[in-house]
Write a protein that binds this ligand. Structure first.
Ligand SMILES: C[S@@+](CC[C@H](N)C(=O)[O-])C[C@H]1O[C@@H](n2cnc3c(N)ncnc32)[C@H](O)[C@@H]1O
Length: 212
């Protein structure tokens, strides 16, 4: 996928999510989740990449209005958080909510400004809009390379699963093959990869732990 197609794709995705937060406000539906319970369940899976209690840095790619920052704040005392999102409306909402928190910053970008100990991405691979499965897969692969580069100790992300019930699947969403994604991460990024597909949602989470 060339840069101009990818930029167009990201602009379309940003527009989609900006419309969602304009419609539903700062709550899980505003980032296209069904509710807080599943949003937090996703965070619980992704946060398993964090292997120390405190003193870490984390990039949140596709941070939305910053819900992961709130989740981490009740569990960890000292950490540095960078939220990135391509939707201006999301970044404005996040800054209004958490802009005064000294350990958090929110940046309008698809690329974290610097590598952190960990990078997580929740929900960024789900909505493919009118792009083909092949185009979207190319985009996902590009983004996984980016997650890898942005992370010193490890990264974690989730995808909708191709094991979803056929009658519930939507044409505008991307359902990844968990076995393919696991294999890719093992071969390309690290020997230490976990595939979590046991938490009751139509999706899976991958944890990639990098060698020390
Ligand atoms: C499903 S929402 C989830 C938001 C947040 N992670 C959460 O769980 O509350 C996905 C978010 O990712 C953002 N996003 C999608 N693709 C992105 C990309 N390539 N780079 C940065 N942000 C992206 C969207 O604008 C949207 O805010």
């Amino acid at each position: 996928m060339d840069d101009s197609t990818r930029n167009r794709l990201m602009a379309d995705v940003a527009r989609y999510y900006s419309t969602k937060i304009a419609e539903h406000g700062v709550q899980p539906r505003g980032v296209d989740w069904n509710g807080e319970e599943s949003q937090v369940l996703r965070f619980v899976q992704l946060a398993r990449i964090i292997d120390r209690p405190d003193g870490f840095s984390i990039n949140d790619l596709g941070c939305g209005y910053g819900a992961l920052y709130a989740f981490l704040s009740v569990r960890h005392k000292t950490f540095q958080y960078t939220g990135c999102d391509i939707s201006e409306a999301m970044i404005s909402a996040a800054r209004r909510r958490y802009g005064t928190c000294g350990n958090a910053r929110f940046i309008l970008s698809s690329i974290p400004p610097e590598a952190a100990d960990y990078t997580v991405a929740s929900g960024v691979f789900n909505v493919r809009l009118h792009y083909s499965g092949n185009q979207w897969l190319e985009y996902v692969l590009h983004m996984l390379d980016l997650l890898d580069r942005a992370s010193c100790c490890g990264f974690a992300f989730n995808c909708l699963t191709s094991y979803s019930d056929a009658e519930k699947m939507r044409k505008d969403l991307y359902y990844a093959d968990p076995c393919m994604v696991f294999d890719l991460c093992k071969r390309r990024y690290s020997r230490n990869v976990a595939l979590l597909h046991d938490y009751g949602l139509y999706e899976f989470t991958v944890l990639v732990r990098k060698s020390p």
